[in-house]
Structure formats: structure tokens, C-alpha cells
Design a binder for this molecule. Structure first.
Ligand SMILES: C[S@@+](CC[C@H](N)C(=O)[O-])C[C@H]1O[C@@H](n2cnc3c(N)ncnc32)[C@H](O)[C@@H]1O
Length: 264
């Protein structure tokens, strides 16, 4: 698994008897770091974190990324790691042309940087909160690098499964249909998507909590809804949404609407 430079001694065209040095490319790892509590890291994730020569994580400028905080429990070697700081997070709407251009440039530059390491034979592990293939920034680097380098994605416990576990509520029973929604969708779209579902997870709450509260009231789900903040992390908070007195919500928060399906 480790980045390596292989020295082979195959057919020697010049007959000079010198070993031919062939460079093996490194592997790009997307490492699912789980929902927050480092005890939910998988054995496979731990193995890669211990051995990869290059470790990167996404973060807001001047702040530590959450995926990196999860890794505190297992990583003690700053020489192997560097952050990838987003040019914007919530300063501009995600469909703003400046945001789109800046993010595309950021991912292009980051993938060039990682390609240098991979091309030189060093494995690169991208620390990804939750599961890398579930709304993960990792995917934007994966898309740019997957056709040039070997890739291995290590699944992680998702934030939502950490949250419903900590809320002590099963999310789906029997034939329940679960709908996962980003709270960033327009109000009408949220209402439309919730109609007819049995259970829901509403992510990316932040400043959208008042809208989500209204939508849940309109669709009849408010009484069942549970608000979970920083599930499995320090500062965790779990409360029925109807009892939450204010409409503030941090980035790491979601609303769960548990299903009530078949229970023989
Ligand atoms: C960009 S998505 C990343 C999802 C992540 N890849 C996963 O597998 O859960 C970020 C959103 O996930 C949700 N989230 C992830 N982990 C969470 C946690 N531990 N507690 C509460 N919400 C969480 C929040 O709604 C947050 O806005």
C-alpha cells in the first residue's frame, strides 16, 4: 500500500547490465473518517492513516477541518500532512459564478498538487468526514484524478447514521421510504420531496433551519422531527425539533424524521 519506487532488472536493451528504475504511481485513498467519534473509524481507515506518506484534509481558511479533528486520536505526525483550504465556504451562494469558478480552480490546483505526489509514487490519503462518496468534497478530487491513478475508497459511518444512533431512533421500518434532502433546496422543492415519503433526513441546515421547520409543519412531520447537532462529537445536542426554542444551527447539524412503518 505504501508509495514505493520499484527497482526492476528486466531485459536490458543496451546490454550494459544496469538496473532499470521503474516508478510505480501512488494510490489515492478516500478515507471515510466517520461522523465524529474516532471510535467509529474503521480498521481499514486506521491502517491507511498509519501508513500513507501524504495525508490531506479540507478546511475553512484559518480553521481546522472536522475530518482532521477526528484524526487527532490516531495521528501524531504533522510532517506527513497538509490542509486544503477552501477559497469560500458560506460567503457566497454555491450557484454564484464567482463561487463556481473559485471552487473549480481550487479543485484543479489541489488535484495537480496531489498528482505530483501520486506521480512520484507516494500514496495520498484524503480524510473525509463521514463517508467519502456521500456529499463529500473528496469526490471533486476523485473525479479529476481517477483516470490517471489507482484509487481506493474506504467507506465510513455516515453523519446521518451517527445522528440517528445517538438520537436512539431507528430511521426506517418495513417498507419505509427514506428521503435525504439538503436544506439548501428551495422551500417548494422541500415540500414536494417530502410529500409521500415515510422518513427523512434533512442535512446542511445552518441558516436554513427556519425554512425547514416551516416545511415540516406544512407536511405534517414537525411532531416527529428530531434535531441533532454535532452527532457523536464533543458538544453533541439531541432535541425534538418542536421543543428547540431557537432557529440557530451550526454546519454539523441535521433533522431526522423517523419512519413509522411495519413493526410486527
Ligand atoms: C457536506 S455533508 C458531508 C456528509 C458526510 N460525507 C457524511 O457521510 O455524513 C455535511 C453535512 O452532513 C451533516 N453531518 C455530517 N456529520 C454530522 C454530524 N456528526 N452531526 C450532525 N450533522 C452531520 C450536516 O448536515 C452537514 O451539513
Amino acid at each position: 500500500m505504501e508509495g514505493s519506487v520499484r527497482v526492476d532488472a528486466p531485459a536490458d536493451p543496451d546490454g550494459a547490465g544496469e538496473a532499470v528504475v521503474s516508478q510505480k504511481t501512488g494510490t489515492l485513498y478516500g478515507v471515510g473518517m466517520g461522523p465524529g467519534d474516532p471510535d467509529y473509524l474503521t480498521v481499514k481507515a486506521m491502517r491507511v492513516l498509519e501508513r500513507a506518506p501524504v495525508l490531506v484534509h479540507f478546511c475553512k481558511r484559518g480553521k481546522r477541518g472536522n475530518a482532521r479533528t477526528i484524526a487527532d486520536a490516531v495521528m501524531r505526525d504533522p510532517a506527513r500532512e497538509f490542509p486544503l483550504a477552501y477559497p469560500y465556504t458560506t460567503e457566497l451562494p454555491p450557484d454564484h459564478p464567482d463561487y463556481v469558478a473559485a471552487l473549480a480552480g481550487f479543485y484543479d490546483e489541489a488535484s495537480d498538487r496531489l498528482a505530483d505526489h501520486l506521480g512520484a509514487g507516494r500514496d495520498v490519503a484524503i480524510l473525509s468526514e463521514g463517508d467519502p462518496f456521500f456529499y463529500g468534497s473528496f469526490m471533486h478530487l476523485w473525479r479529476r484524478l481517477k483516470d490517471r491513478f489507482p484509487v481506493e475508497v474506504i467507506p465510513g459511518v455516515t453523519g446521518m447514521s451517527g445522528c440517528w444512533t445517538r438520537a436512539g431512533t431507528p430511521i426506517t421500518w418495513g417498507d419505509d421510504v427514506l428521503t435525504i434532502l439538503p436544506a439548501t433546496l428551495p422551500r417548494a422543492a422541500l415540500v414536494e420531496r417530502l410529500k409521500g415519503t415515510d422518513a427523512a433526513v434533512i442535512m446542511k441546515l445552518g441558516r436554513h433551519l427556519p425554512k425547514v421547520r416551516g416545511v415540516l409543519a406544512e407536511t405534517g412531520f414537525l411532531d416527529r422531527a428530531v434535531y441533532v447537532e454535532r452527532g457523536t462529537m464533543a458538544g453533541e445536542r439531541v432535541i425534538p425539533l418542536a421543543q428547540k426554542p431557537d432557529d440557530s444551527a451550526p454546519y454539523f447539524s441535521m433533522v431526522l424524521v423517523p419512519g413509522e412503518g411495519r413493526r410486527p
